[in-house]
Design a protein around this ligand. Structure first.
Ligand SMILES: Cc1cc2nc3c(=O)[nH]c(=O)nc-3n(C[C@H](O)[C@H](O)[C@H](O)COP(=O)(O)OP(=O)(O)OC[C@H]3O[C@@H](n4cnc5c(N)ncnc54)[C@H](O)[C@@H]3O)c2cc1C
Length: 402
């Protein structure tokens, strides 16, 4: 039987292992537990994560799959806002901003009547889709703060799915629900539950870091021995894979995220799922309230700060978090805190990298190496996409070996 080795025990690696069960794949994971970005860190009654990790679905098949491995699922309706000039503007702003700031409504509608979308780059895309006012009040400051990258160098293609367009009708008659995550789900025992359930009955080597790949001999070299393969599925960051396979040294850019988690006993004036923060007065681009614990008077918050390797002193960020809590009407005492830094969090989809990435994927497939997943394939993907990625990989492996 074909030997399948999977690099990375995050959701993409584990779901691929599940779908390829008949090949008895081996999963290699560098950390001491499975889950990758979708891990839960329990502290007392709090469920801390790499920011809120919520499931949302485009298809019934993926919903059924995740249901099977999640245990009981809690269902929630998104209740999110954008903080502009200390006002809670309902998300998405391209629909609700004119309601909050009626002075600008006419100008925004005028833009919508005449807009011609320019997809040259992410900056032209945002400006032409939403017009000067929304661009200046939200899209530019927020994206600049988040990406920390010249927006003209970013390919806008990925954003079409995440940033809904608007029009005159939607602004005049705001729909109740809009966007890919209007309803979301969360396992009652934390997002970690999915990875833990998927990991049962699988051969997983934890604390095992891939150091080198000999693409000609088809051997993976780790700190815990070597593994030979016929097919290699890689969910580790693509730029790392290329380096350790001696296939190139191209500099691909990515964004890291520092997450300040706080477990609070206190009270919130205005409830929210998460708040986008375009304003320069706070260094965070988003603050969210975890849906667990769901009990009176205690709640978990996460404050997200994006960076490219350097960030302010954590003590200063905690002071900023406190200041923000005051602005948004949250009072209370922190019972627990946990700082998490996720090095590979978001691939930056630069226009100039597109051709290179495609070439790379081709080159790797010639060596029977198939990258998959968010940093693995260098694509802005969700947890549901991990399932679609696994289906794609299964088709490839079956094609070779059945
Ligand atoms: C801040 C943030 C919030 C998010 N929120 C949501 C959300 O609400 N909803 C949603 O659907 N998606 C969300 N996502 C996206 C989601 O987390 C990912 O799409 C998904 O978890 C990616 O899974 P993966 O297996 O592809 O990658 P990963 O989870 O990154 O798994 C890769 C694995 O490879 C391992 N690895 C790396 N290098 C090596 C090596 N050399 N040797 C061995 N192992 C190695 C890593 O330890 C890791 O376990 C969010 C992402 C971020 C960053």
């Amino acid at each position: 039987m074909a030997k399948v080795v999977i690099l990375g025990g995050g959701l993409t690696g584990l779901i691929t292992a599940e779908l390829l069960k008949e090949y008895s794949p081996v999963v290699i994971e560098k950390t001491d537990r499975v889950g990758g970005m979708a891990k839960t860190f329990k502290k007392g009654p709090f469920f801390f994560e790499y920011g809120g990790h919520y499931l949302h679905f485009q298809e019934d098949s993926s919903f059924e799959f995740f249901k099977k491995f999640s245990g009981e699922l809690l269902e929630r309706r998104r209740n999110s806002f954008v903080l502009i000039e200390d006002k809670f503007v309902k998300y998405p702003v391209q629909i609700f901003f004119p309601e909050a700031f009626p002075l600008y409504k006419e100008q925004i509608l005028e833009h919508q009547k005449n807009k011609k979308i320019d997809k040259t780059n992410y900056l032209t895309y945002l400006k032409s889709s939403f017009g000067e006012i929304l661009f200046e009040k939200f899209f530019y400051p927020y994206n600049k703060k988040f990406w920390k990258t010249d927006l003209e160098t970013i390919d806008p293609k990925w954003s079409e799915r995440y940033i809904p367009q608007t029009d005159e009708n939607k602004i005049n008659n705001p729909p109740e629900e809009i966007g890919y995550n209007k309803i979301f789900y969360y396992p009652k025992n934390g997002i970690q539950q999915i990875a833990d359930n998927l990991a049962k009955d699988k051969e997983i080597h934890l604390n095992t870091t891939v150091k080198k790949i000999d693409v000609k001999q088809k051997i993976v070299i780790t700190n815990n021995g070597t593994f030979s393969y016929d097919t290699l599925v890689s969910t580790i960051p693509l730029e790392k894979l290329v380096r350790i396979s001696d296939l190139g040294l191209y500099n691909m850019e990515y964004l890291s995220i520092l997450i300040l988690n706080m477990g609070i006993r206190g009270e919130i004036n205005k409830d929210f799922s998460w708040l986008y923060l375009p304003d320069e007065s706070t260094p965070f681009f988003r603050v969210g309230k975890y849906i667990l614990p769901d009990s009176e008077g205690i709640f978990g918050l996460y404050f997200e700060f994006s960076h490219k390797g350097e960030y302010p002193k954590v003590e200063n960020l905690f002071l900023e978090a406190r200041r923000l809590m005051k602005t948004i009407g949250i009072k209370g005492k922190a019972l627990y805190a946990l700082v998490l830094n996720l090095k590979y969090a978001y691939p930056i989809m630069r226009i100039k990298d597109k051709a290179y990435t495609e070439m790379l994927l081709d080159q790797l497939s010639n060596y029977s190496i198939f990258p998959a997943g968010r940093m693995g394939r260098w694509k802005y993907l969700t947890m549901e996409d991990s399932y679609f990625e696994a289906i794609r990989i299964k088709k490839i492996v079956d094609l070779f070996f059945k």
